[in-house]
Each structure stands twice: as C-alpha cells, then as structure tokens.
Design a protein around this ligand. Structure first.
Ligand code: AMP
Ligand code: MG
Length: 444
C-alpha cells in the first residue's frame, strides 16, 4: 500500500509532518478573537471575558413559594381540621403586586407564587391547608388572580399551623448582591444565560463565535437538489464542513462549489475575506493537473508580509495526507486548505479545523475527547506503515469496545454517516488484532 521507508523528517518538499506537528503549528498561529459585547442569546456557547457580579439580591424581596394565604404565625398556632383558625381575608397579592395590604392580627392575605410577602405576614399556608376561602376574590379560586377585586373580602379557614418563614423564599436566598455570579472564562450555556438574565444583564462581554467561510472546489461538483449530469457528483464537503463548523461553535458561511479555475477561486476568496475569521477550502491540494488551490493561494497570500502565505505540506496521516495552512489577505485571515475526498476533508476538519475554531473562541477544550477501547472485529485491521490512520468506527461505551464501520477508503460517505468515532491506528502499527486496545476519538 504505502512506503515502508523511514519517514523523511528533513526540511525538503518530501518531508512528512506528523499530525501533532501540524496541529501544533496551527494552534501556535491562531489567536483568540477580540472580545465584544453581545446580547445574551447571541453569547450562547461563548466564553465570558469579564467577572459578572450580582447588582441586586436574588430574589430581590421575600416572596411566596406557594399559592396560599399569608398569615401571622400566632394566628394559626394549634390550628387543625377540627379546630381551624378563621381569618379575615384583607386582600389579594399577585406576582408583580406593587401596593401590599398589611396583615394585622386575625387577618390573612391571599397570595400567589412569587408575590411579595405583605407587611405583617410571617408565613404562607398553602391553599391545600385551607378551605380555599369564602367570599370576595377567594371564592373564584386561585387561578383567577387578575379577576380578584381589590381588597378581596371574606374568610379563610386554616387547618394547620405554620412555622415562621414557612413557604417564604427569602430575599438574597438565591444569590446576594455583590456576589460573583459568573467568573471570566465561563462558557455560557443555557443555565448561565438564565442567571445573567435573572440578575438583569442584557448584554455580556465574550469572545465572539468565529465566522468560518467554507468553500469547496471542483468543476465536477453539482449543488444538491439540481439534476446530476454525466461525470459529475454532488458537493457534499461544503455541507459537511459548514455543519461541522457550526457544531464546533462557529457561524458558518457555506460558499457553493467553485470551479477549478485559479482566477475564479482567487476572486471568490478575496470576496469572502470581509466576513471571514477563518477560511476553509476543500479539494485541489494534491498533485493532479487541476489542483488549483495551491496556484490560487500563492497569489492571494501576502508572502511579503510577516505571517502571510499558505504552506502546503504532506502529513504522515491517512486519510488527509495533503494539507495547506497559512493566512491570506490584509488581515492575515487564517486559511486551511483540506483535501477533497469527503472522508479526508471531514477527518481533517475534526483534527485541525475544529481545534482552530475553538482556539479562536478561547474555549478550554479544543479537541474532541478520546478514550481507549478494545477492538472488536472479525479480522485484524491493516494500516500503512509510518502513517497515523483514522478509521471510522462505532464505539460501545458499556462494553468498552470499538468496531470498524466500512473500510479505509476516503470516499466512503455512507460509512462515515453511520460511525460515531474515529479509530486511531498509530504510526508504528501496520496491523491491529481483535482484542487489542486502541485510541478512539469520539465524534459526539
Ligand atoms: P481533489 O482533491 O480536488 O482532487 O478531490 C479528490 C476527490 O474528492 C475527487 O474524487 C473529488 O471529486 C472529490 N471531491 C472533491 N470535492 C468534493 C466535494 N465538495 N464533495 C464531494 N466530493 C468531492
Ligand atoms: Mg478537485
């Protein structure tokens, strides 16, 4: 299959770079994006860059945790089914109520969940511990708070005693004013966004999601949904990688397939620079006659300036041997040129582009998690010498085993679609027996 000659680690064009060297070069060149102030929902999944303190206590006032009656403890002491405490209902307190009735000895106020505890009241008895009240608003039931007349009158019979503060959520019991709500570096998921909203923050300072432009190249490519003509295939890479970029946290812009024409590709890349924090191309990086990505990028890449230009190299990896990485345009926008075979481009994305996106976001874990698993297969896997091979697999977390899905061909999209992990066969292994342990990259 491939050469068993020792790996060339010199500097020449034949040099093979390891997966780790290539990733290290990419991560060394990519810097987290500058923070910006974003609306809460736009900040989802982003990394907070400020310590957020709580401006006002949460909850901001003592309030009821139940629908019921706000009472004075002494008035309901010793109350029972047989000998209920009979209290005069002096008003209704709904969530959001501003003006509150004062509860004096022998009185109660009907209260709804979340409503402020009225002055004089010391506890809330749930409506289930009462007869539900008679007369005034109480007679209409607990659900019709808005229909209850001001200063609802009538009586309520309370069947149980209540301790002080029973069913009362104290001011500041969630979080106190001045406390640290969220620390810089926190990744904002739904619960963190809930807290920010609850303490009244409309916007937050975060590292934004990178804008990733995905471009596929190839004159054979047809947009899905259009008729397929002789000798052509549908463009799957730009969809796969735009979806993968989103999955990694980016805002993805998919540019349809660009024909194998260096001028056209150059023009498209220049057009896209305005909305790109990272450009990803697929195809046109091997040694065929129409591999235009190299040709096009050497002219866009500002090689005269420090950090400019795109470097094409061969990796000791299968699939995904040819790779390009560098920067283009006046802002040195990073660009990653991936091979065209669908599995190659996807595996390359997972190994190199995903970490770059997550570095731009300032996220702590840039790579997919990996585990060790026992190979479950009918026969030994074979792998080229001196290449790190990534096979598609199905991982069984209960058994701790992994099975190959489909073969090693880098055109096998259907197998990829049924896999959930990559099996890693190390450089020094040319075969792996069933029962042997392997590293497995979980694709999530
Ligand atoms: P290339 O590296 O451009 O020579 O492409 C390698 C192989 O991948 C060829 O068989 C291409 O037809 C195929 N290929 C390239 N780009 C795509 C794409 N966007 N979608 C599906 N297949 C592709
Ligand atoms: Mg091509």
């Amino acid at each position: 299959m491939s050469s068993t000659a020792p790996q060339d680690t010199g500097a020449g064009p034949q040099r093979l770079w390891s997966v780790d060297e290539h990733l290290a070069d990419i991560l060394a060149a990519v810097r987290p994006l500058e923070p910006i102030e974003l609306q809460l929902l736009d900040a989802q999944g982003c990394v907070l860059v400020e310590d957020v303190t709580v401006p006002v206590a949460l909850p901001p006032f003592d309030n009821s945790s139940m629908d019921g009656y706000a009472v004075r403890v002494a008035d309901v002491a010793g109350a029972s089914e047989e000998f209920p405490a009979v209290l005069t209902v002096v008003g209704d307190v709904a969530a959001g109520s501003g003006e509150l009735p004062t509860v004096r000895p022998g009185e109660a106020a009907r209260i709804m969940t979340g409503a402020p505890l009225p002055p004089g009241a010391e506890a809330v008895v749930p409506v289930e511990w009462t007869d539900g009240g008679t007369g005034g608003g109480a007679a209409t039931g607990m659900t019709a708070a808005s229909q209850a007349p001001e200063g609802a009158e009538g009586e309520v019979r309370v069947h149980r005693a209540a301790e002080a503060r029973a069913h009362v959520r104290a001011r500041g019991s969630d979080v106190k004013a001045g406390a640290l709500a969220l620390e810089a570096g926190t990744v904002l998921g739904p619960p963190q966004i809930a807290l920010l909203a609850a303490i009244g923050r409309g916007t937050v300072r975060v590292r934004p999601r990178p804008r990733v432009v995905v471009l596929s190249t190839g004159s054979e490519l047809v947009q899905p949904g259009e008729p397929l003509t002789e000798g052509r295939i549908y463009d799957s890479n730009s969809f796969a990688l735009a979806a993968a970029a989103r999955d990694a946290g980016a805002i993805a812009y998919r540019v349809g397939a660009v024909a194998d024409d260096a001028d056209g590709l150059r023009a498209t890349i220049e057009d896209q620079l305005v909305r790109a924090d990272l450009l990803v191309t697929t195809g046109g990086v091997s040694v065929g006659a129409y591999d235009v990505v190299k040709e096009a990028l050497s002219a866009v890449g500002d090689e005269d300036e420090p950090g400019g230009g795109v470097d094409f190299r061969k990796l000791a990896m299968q699939p995904g041997k040819p790779q390009g990485f560098g920067s283009v345009g006046p802002d040195h926008t990073p660009l990653m040129a991936l091979p065209g075979n669908p599995v190659s481009s996807y595996v390359s994305f997972e190994l190199f582009v995903r970490p770059a996106i997550r570095t731009l976001m300032g996220l702590p874990d840039v790579s997919r998690p990996s585990v060790r698993a026992v190979l479950k297969a009918d026969k030994a896997l074979t792998s080229p010498a001196a290449r790190r091979q990534f096979l598609r697999g199905a991982y069984d977390p209960v058994a701790g085993t992994v099975s190959p899905v489909g073969g090693s061909g880098s055109h096998l999209i259907a197998a990829l679609a049924h896999a959930d992990c990559l099996l890693v066969v190390p450089e020094d292994a040319t075969s792996v027996e069933p029962g042997a342990e392997l590293e497995v990259v979980l694709l999530g």
